[in-house]
Design a protein around this ligand. Structure first.
Ligand code: EPU
Length: 302
């Protein structure tokens, strides 16, 4: 969607919003799939309620975008604009065992920076792509840890009440790849309380996780990480693999040869291709195992 009303454009400028017209979501998302729309880059958290009010009063639908690492967006011109936070400098401030991190901070860099301050716990998250805000919303996890374990406080824009709120960790529920945040909440910042550990020890943990990941996941290829959540007590990747579906393709959307729960864009895959592949694999797993696999990837199909 393109914002053309000069009054709205002027008001956005006054609110410190940087507008990129016709931004390609193919470039922004890790899957390399998606149509085009206007991208609104926000520099100040405090401006969000006003920006939302401006868009709503002018009939401009919008969505909040994190880092785009776990997202599948439909093709062609999208009927909404996207808002994304810019990264402040610094985006991580460390005091004692508390790291205060902006939602736009890169997750991997945050893990490394905390390690340099002898703060560990998040070693397993090192190779998870995306922002800290995205990891928080999904309660990202790997190798036995999940980010929710370390959350003490979250600053969030509440889409329902249209206000910025600070929540204590115990006011939020963190489950497997799920949190109690509403779909229209936008993560702004988080305070993580991390255990003290010597840098060398953390580094060793990071190396081990990196090696495991390199050995089992298609890291150099365009993907959104795991497509499906694991059903309780089972592995989606193993089930898809056991059905012999590695390499199954629709257009350039393809089940990875390395890890069957990663679907890669092997060229110019469209969202239509990827959605058809997801539906096909879900159906085959359902037929064979009776599990209705649930998406882990977030789909913006409207
Ligand atoms: N397996 C196969 N074939 C495959 C893939 C896996 O047989 O193609 C087997 C493995 O050999 C292993 C079992 O299935 O015995 C589990 O595989 P893996 O250790 O790779 O873990 P996973 O359950 O597939 C989960 C997370 C990953 C995370 C890893 C490591 C989900 C959906 N996936 O994968 O997270 O990196 O554990 O902790 O929870 C993500 O969320 O996007 C993601 C990639």
């Amino acid at each position: 969607m393109r914002i053309e009303d000069k009054k709205v454009l002027g008001a956005l400028r006054e609110l410190g919003v940087e507008l990129k017209s016709d931004a390609s979501l193919t470039v922004i998302t890790y899957l390399g799939i998606g149509g085009t729309t206007d991208l609104l880059r926000l520099t100040r958290h405090e401006s969000i309620p006003e920006v939302v009010k401006l868009l709503e009063s002018n009939g401009v639908p919008f969505k909040f975008l994190g880092g785009g690492s776990n997202l599948l967006v439909a093709d062609n011109v999208r009927p909404w604009v996207v808002m994304q936070l810019t990264q402040p400098d610094p985006d991580v401030v460390i005091e004692g065992n508390i790291a205060t991190v902006d939602a736009a901070a890169d997750l991997g860099k945050t893990v490394t920076l905390c390690a340099k301050h002898d703060l560990g716990g998040m070693e397993g998250l090192i190779g998870v792509p995306g922002t800290v805000g995205g990891a928080l919303r999904m309660n990202a996890g790997a190798y036995g840890i999940q980010i929710g374990n370390y959350v003490r406080e979250v600053k969030v824009y509440r889409g329902g009440a249209r206000i910025i709120e600070t929540l204590k960790g115990d006011q939020i529920s963190f489950e497997y790849r799920h949190t109690s945040f509403a779909p229209d909440d936008m993560m702004l910042a988080v305070k993580l309380e991390l255990p003290s550990k010597p840098f060398r020890e953390i580094l060793q943990g990071i190396r081990i996780c990196n090696e495991k990941r390199r050995a089992s996941q298609p890291l150099g290829q365009k993907s959104a990480g795991c497509i499906f959540k694991n059903p309780p007590g089972a592995s989606a990747g193993r089930m898809i693999d056991e059905l012999g579906l590695k390499g199954l393709s629709v257009g350039d959307a393809r089940v990875s040869d390395r890890h069957a729960n990663f679907f890669v864009n092997a060229g110019k895959a469209s969202a239509k291709d990827m959605l058809a592949l997801i539906a096909d694999v879900r159906e085959r797993v359902h037929q064979a195992y009776g599990f209705e696999l649930e998406n882990e990837v977030v789909v913006w199909n409207a």
